[in-house]
Design a protein around this ligand. Sequence first.
Ligand SMILES: CC(C)(COP(=O)(O)OP(=O)(O)OC[C@H]1O[C@@H](n2cnc3c(N)ncnc32)[C@H](O)[C@@H]1OP(=O)(O)O)[C@@H](O)C(=O)NCCC(=O)NCCS
Length: 170
Amino acid sequence: MNDHDKTKLTRPRPVRESISEMTEIVLPNDANPLNALLGGRLMHWIDLAGAMAAHRHSRTYVVTASIDHLDFLVPVRVGDFVILRSSVNRVFHTSMEVGVKVWVENYRVEQSRHVSSAYLTFVAIDAAGNKMAVPPVVPETEDEKRRYDGAARRREMRRAESVRRMEVRS
Ligand SMILES: CC(C)(COP(=O)(O)OP(=O)(O)OC[C@H]1O[C@@H](n2cnc3c(N)ncnc32)[C@H](O)[C@@H]1OP(=O)(O)O)[C@@H](O)C(=O)NCCC(=O)NCCS
């Protein structure tokens, strides 16, 4: 890789360059006997949608380090469309917080409802599994700046919670 390519890979990138969207149609295999989407299936899609933004931003492999608390606000039925939008909120060093917002769309009644919002932390790694520094992300819009500031607060809360859990275990 020459110096020009290296600079391209490590340059700060605006949030908009890695914003991702994924759409799924809910099939019977995704649902419980009452035709409602399984929470675990939605968690899987959230992980994938989040990883897309993380890959696009970092241009490398990533692993999921954590997923914050999740609420499922409305039921999703077989035949509904599930739309997942993801963006990188903030980069720390080797890790980045990605936000995923989930919507359910019912095309028969032209209704779109908020299902869930999730914050995930991904860590960038190389092909040998070594952690790698991630290029900074540049928030541009008011919403992006709000999420950027919020990400620092959430990181502190995750750290405090992790310390608390270790104390409970010992
Ligand atoms: C995530 C993982 C790479 C962290 O490795 P580690 O050697 O413990 O990491 P470190 O303590 O050096 O932390 C590395 C970064 O990850 C962050 N991190 C580690 N654990 C975290 C957690 N539970 N939540 C959020 N961030 C976390 C650290 O804050 C640090 O971020 P920074 O470099 O931006 O400051 C490692 O625990 C791992 O490989 N876990 C399994 C991941 C996986 O397989 N996921 C798929 C689901 S099974």
